[in-house]
Ligand binder design. Sequence first.
Ligand code: PSU
Ligand code: MN
Length: 330
Amino acid sequence: MAYRLKGISKLVQRNLGFLRNYSESRHPFVYSKEVSRAKSENMPIVALESTIITHGMPYPQNLETALEVENIIRQRGAVPATVAILKGQLTVGLTEDQLRYLAQAKGVIKASRRDLAYIAAAKLDGATTVAGTIIASELADIPVFVTGGIGGVHREGESTLDISADLNELGRSKTLVVCSGIKSILDIGRTLEYLETQGVCVCSFGESNEFPAFYTVRSGHRAPYNVADAKHAARILHESHRFHLNSGVVIAVPVPRRDAMDEKVIEEAINSALTDAKRKGIRGKEVTPYILSNVSEATSGTSLETNIALIKNNARVGADIAVEFKKLKN
Ligand code: PSU
Ligand code: MN
């Protein structure tokens, strides 16, 4: 009898082990408790990136902004899910302690598509870019993602081939990304061309048809489409899913006018930062963080304030879109 029981318990253990492995291979990421509950209660969820925390803003503004952005999303009836890789573990939804850690941690790797597997295998910390966060959003089935600015085709990108992996990721995923366009440190015209080639549906949000330039409302380039409000944006995402397009939607929300920067001031700061970066031989993934901090210094923090204001505004819009989209799906 004892012998038989032993045999059965071995069998159960082996099967439980199998189940454990199965659930690990089914989900190559973990949820926070809050996001896990939101998933089981079928609540709208909004994904957020973490490169903006580690490489986009200085401490402590990065932490304050991350926490405020999450709260804005909660207040509007959705659940925030900030994405990062912690000691090799892709994590969807960070606790306040994890956000605090990330905001001050040194040596966190900026994690785009090409970096994810390496960081996970070496059990390192990684802060996901727009591309990295889109990949996590697809895995976790979170259709709406909010950020400040997406990457783009760099100036002289036609010869350097420095084109952000964000653009390709947008072309191969069904996520809707809310942003304030791209910075004029990049080549906005070529970025829009590239997005068209990738099949990304780009819409300006609100009154203007213009594609915004992050710090400023105007860029001199028109967005191909315009949406009036969150409902309209949610309908586009809904149709895009129904068609199984598997290519993204960009909703470009201009910075609120009262928070926008003076066009001349920002243009000068960007040009001098670009010259500086070139002189110092800064290349590849270092370019964007370098220029961001350089511009913030040159404008004595005004650009940082604008950056914070626009991401909070985008969080409002993104949460509203996630709520409206959930209504269409139910
Ligand atoms: N633009 C910003 N702030 C940022 C970034 C872009 O205004 O923090 C970050 C985002 O994470 C974006 C990434 O996905 O830079 C693009 O970098 P790259 O060009 O190296 O792909
Ligand atoms: Mn690049």
